[in-house]
Design a protein. Structure first.
Length: 309
């Protein structure tokens, strides 16, 4: 197997982390690197541990995405949904399991398979009623999806028109999405051919935010370069399950130029934090990646123990 290297790449999450806090970015994209190895330095092991942490909103998002993925792969592969109770599947396999594993601190055995949960680790445990409500909200998001006109349409679709159902990231150089030779991480939740165009969908469990359009446009790049659609033949949608609202964001040649220029600017910023650009070697932690002063952000940060905040 080829040796993993820490290459400089672009993702919307990476840019959000950098915007939130440079020190957090350093922990997430540099200090943690190699921290999974038995002989890794202690500071890398610690950063790796916190990089695997999740919290309740993330857990809900993950559970909803995985359940929709299971429903759609069943539909695609068997033309029927074999899950008897998607709401129960979501709770049992993701929410309850992850929570209980974290309560038992199974992350001591494998942090990759049993992530620590922020609310437990930092003793912010919600009340049993709040936890129950969270489970109900997640199940409600699935019920919204399964009760939607869109889902009825999907059931009737010719499944050979489906281009992707929550694909796994590929680390194979030949299939990575590249822009000017640089790796871009952008994978849509769902894509299909519809009336000669490509539809890209992203399931949202949180509220709308300013980054959503950028994220969906990065998926449009994926559709253009992977399946060969022109920008005018790509449509991008966010499905906000909490409010059962579908938002279509504009996609055309101009918007694609915008996202490409934005990614170029982002790479310039990221490269400015390096002493060796081809080697992706960061500048000094204390000089280029300072901690922030806003303690309310630190209060929610997975790495707060490393910063003693
Ligand atoms: S605890 Fe605060 S300063 Fe430290 S990484 Fe997190 S957000 Fe940044």
């Amino acid at each position: 197997m080829a040796k993993l290297t820490n290459e400089l790449s672009w993702s919307r999450t990476r840019m959000s982390t950098l915007k939130t806090c440079r020190r957090q970015y350093y922990y997430q994209y540099y200090q943690k690197w190699g921290g999974w190895g038995w002989d890794a330095p202690e500071e890398s092991r610690q950063a790796y541990f916190f990089s695997k942490m999740t919290n309740l909103p993330m857990l809900v998002g993950h559970a909803v995405h995985e359940t929709i993925k299971r429903v759609l792969t069943d539909l695609r592969d068997f033309n029927e949904v074999r899950l008897e109770d998607p709401g129960l599947y979501l709770r049992k396999n993701f929410l309850t399991k992850t929570w209980k594993d974290a309560e038992q601190e199974l992350w001591r055995k494998s942090v990759k398979n049993h992530p620590p949960v922020f609310e437990l680790y930092y003793q912010r445990q919600p009340s049993p009623a709040a936890l129950k409500q969270m489970g109900a909200n997640a199940a409600e998001a699935i019920a919204t999806f399964l009760g939607s006109d869109f889902y009825i349409e999907l059931m009737k679709d010719n499944k050979s028109d489906w281009l992707a159902v929550d694909p796994e990231p590929s680390f194979d150089e030949s299939t990575k999405l590249k822009l000017k030779g640089r790796t871009i991480w952008a994978l849509p939740d769902f894509a299909r051919r519809k009336d000669g165009k490509c539809e890209i969908w992203d399931w949202k469990t949180g509220r709308k935010n300013e980054h959503d359009e950028l994220q969906l446009l990065s998926y449009a790049l994926y559709a253009r370069d992977t399946w060969g659609f022109t920008p005018e033949d790509i449509r991008v949608f966010g499905y906000y399950l909490k409010n059962n609202e579908i938002v279509e964001y504009p996609c055309n040649g101009e918007r694609m130029e915008f996202i490409e220029a934005e990614i170029d600017r982002n790479f310039e910023t990221l490269q400015g934090l390096l002493t060796d650009i081809p080697g992706n070697v960061p500048k000094d932690k204390n000089e280029a990646f300072p901690m922030i002063e806003d303690l309310s952000t630190c209060d929610q940060c997975f790495y707060r123990q490393l910063c003693d905040r």
